[in-house]
Write a protein that binds this ligand. Structure first.
Ligand code: MN
Length: 318
């Protein structure tokens, strides 16, 4: 840390941007951006085999810039899926997400052909996964086993761009804010719903009550580049520290409305053996449940993130 933060707020004139930054050069992999805002399809790699250092470094560079990287036709065993995931960091469990096949290091997102759309948590809003944890996930590595013929995409929104396009006045305000996120009441809330409205949640976990509630900065700073992004979303949100719930909701609604804008998005169509790695710190995501009478089954690992740094933490470390 301590280097000049990368800031696309004042780009060099005449230089085209991809995901807010100039397009890097890649030699070992092919990188095809999915939109101007985020996401890239990566070619030329077989993730079932160990990767050499240069290829790994290029994949990490693509991940850092595009935030969502997509690999096609990756037929991996759970062990191969996990060893690729560990290139990004240590694997972690989640208290609320159902595990895959009894493996505590893997989770699944599953909607059977005869199930209603709401069975998968948080389908309706852009969100980040588990922001209530002290160290929310860095990234998710997800692979499709079954997907609808049409529909069931996953959409992403680039939270750096949301921040960078706010006015200087609003950026200064949110820079100083902190948020209380809590996952303490999701099981109780779910129990109170009629059975057909309930989410599929994990039934038991080893997390303590304390680990289910955290205070995090509303603006998150990348620990290496210093680039800033909005880290505020409706999932598990309680309020801004020092603000009432009503005041908090008004500002959150505005920030959330900005994240809905199409020019911050990319959208990935799943096929069997598509594998996506997405940055859970600097993007929002949501499944698009525009299908019915088809099965959608995605399996994933979750990589542990750092404790979120805010602008003040970055300055102190400066
Ligand atoms: Mn999610």
């Amino acid at each position: 840390m301590g280097t000049q933060p990368v800031s696309p707020l004042r780009p060099a004139p005449g230089v085209p941007l991809a995901a807010g930054l100039p397009m890097p050069a890649f030699r070992r992999i092919t990188v095809e951006p999915l939109s101007g805002a985020c996401g890239a399809e990566i070619g030329g790699v077989d993730l079932s085999r160990p990767l050499d250092t240069e290829t790994t470094a290029e994949i990490m560079a693509a991940f850092q810039q595009f935030l969502v990287i997509v690999f096609r036709n990756q037929d991996l065993t759970p062990d191969q899926h996990k060893s690729f995931s560990r290139l990004f960091g240590e694997l972690t469990e989640l208290p609320q997400a159902p595990t895959y096949n009894g493996d505590r290091e893997m989770q699944e997102v599953r909607r059977e052909a005869d199930e209603p759309v709401n069975v998968v948590p948080s389908f309706e809003h852009f969100h980040t996964d588990s922001p209530f944890l002290p160290q929310p996930p860095k990234c998710i590595v997800m692979r499709a086993l079954d997907c609808p013929q049409w529909g069931g995409d996953t959409a992403f929104s680039n939270a750096y761009l949301v921040y960078e396009n706010l006015s200087e006045g609003l950026r200064t305000l949110v820079d100083g804010l902190q948020i209380i996120y809590s996952g303490k009441d999701i099981w109780r809330k779910n129990e109170s719903l009629p059975p057909e409205k309930r989410l599929r949640l994990r039934e038991t976990h080893g997390f303590s009550e304390d680990q289910l509630e955290s205070i995090h900065p509303a603006v998150r700073v990348h620990p290496e580049t210093g680039r800033r992004a909005i880290f505020a979303n409706t999932a598990y949100f309680k309020r801004f520290v020092g603000w009432t719930e009503e005041e908090s909701r008004a500002l959150l609604d505005y920030l959330q409305s900005q994240a809905q804008q199409l020019h911050y998005h990319c959208r990935v169509k799943w096929q069997r053996d598509t594998l996506i790695v997405w940055d859970n710190r600097f993007t929002l995501h949501r499944g698009v449940h525009d299908f019915i009478y088809e099965r959608r089954h995605l399996i994933r690992t979750t990589v542990m993130g750092e404790r979120p740094l805010g602008p003040a933490d970055w300055k102190r470390a400066g």
